[in-house]
Design a protein around this ligand. Structure first.
Ligand SMILES: C[S@@+](CC[C@H](N)C(=O)[O-])C[C@H]1O[C@@H](n2cnc3c(N)ncnc32)[C@H](O)[C@@H]1O
Length: 248
């Protein structure tokens, strides 16, 4: 069973594309006519004014997509001809792949340009939420994907954008609610964050109760309340544009 057949049931409700991230991603896609979205999930950030093919292993995720071209498949073996697309895009997916190197090589095989949204664990692991779910730090390490540095070793990287998380981010990624701790008490919000969804139930419940208590007692605000006034913060998300493999 694909991982997201288990943890992706309510993804589309909580992971709604954020308009500021959409602008950044579409700028990176430029005028490309044919885009393959690897690990496409529910179709977030896919342009609607040109040909986009989704490649996605989870039937549960595919069922939440708008009608349009999609094939069931994995990054490690894309069911596509060589150089048949202008851009291969992969957003917050590569940390789930069983073989990251194979998936990146496949993205270079099917398109001359690659656009990946990744996260930098050194920054994202400092996020306050993981004080309450410390084993989430461990599961994030276990499912660690490429970073800007590792992509630079693999590809010709031509651009790197910091994707700050805006204060009212609509895409419920792990750090989306950094200034709204109450949101993390919601079961659906937790279910849409893979590093929380994959925790054993008792550990997740205990962390949730610790967070609830700190919000109610004011401890969270004493430590982190200054964040409530901030407009955007860097939690390690990066948009990396590449032009094929680096010569070995
Ligand atoms: C966090 S979701 C991101 C979905 C979408 N790209 C987005 O930005 O909303 C991760 C996606 O990667 C997919 N995935 C997991 N393993 C994969 C693999 N080996 N190849 C391609 N996609 C994979 C999951 O099924 C899931 O849809």
């Amino acid at each position: 069973m694909a991982r997201y057949d288990r943890i992706g049931q309510v993804y589309a409700q909580h992971r709604r594309p954020d308009s500021r991230w959409r602008d950044q991603i579409h700028a990176a896609l430029g005028g490309a006519d044919r885009i393959v979205n690897v690990g496409a999930g529910t179709g977030n950030y896919e342009p609607t004014d040109r040909y986009v093919l989704g490649v996605e292993p989870s039937a549960v995720m595919i069922a939440q997509r708008a009608p349009g071209p999609v094939v069931k498949g994995v990054a490690e073996a894309l069911p596509l001809a060589e150089q048949s697309f202008d851009i291969a895009m992969g957003l917050l997916t590569a940390h789930h792949w069983s073989d990251v190197t194979a998936g990146l090589n496949e993205m270079a095989r099917v398109a001359p340009r690659q656009v990946l949204m990744v996260f930098e664990p050194e920054i994202s692991h400092r996020f306050w939420l993981l004080d309450y779910f410390p084993s989430g730090r461990k599961s994030r390490t276990e499912i660690q994907g490429p970073t800007e540095a590792s992509l630079r070793q693999h590809f010709n990287v031509t651009d790197v954008q910091v994707m700050e998380v805006p204060a009212n981010c609509t895409d419920g990624v792990a750090a989306a609610h950094w200034n709204r701790p109450e949101r993390y008490l919601d079961e659906g919000v937790q279910a849409s964050i893979s590093s929380l969804a994959m925790l054993p139930e008792d550990i997740r419940a205990a962390g949730t109760e610790r967070l609830r208590a700190d919000i109610e007692s004011g401890v969270w605000d004493d430590k982190y309340g200054h964040l409530r006034a901030s407009e955007a913060e860097d939690f390690g998300y990066r948009l990396v544009t590449c032009e094929g493999l680096r010569p070995s």
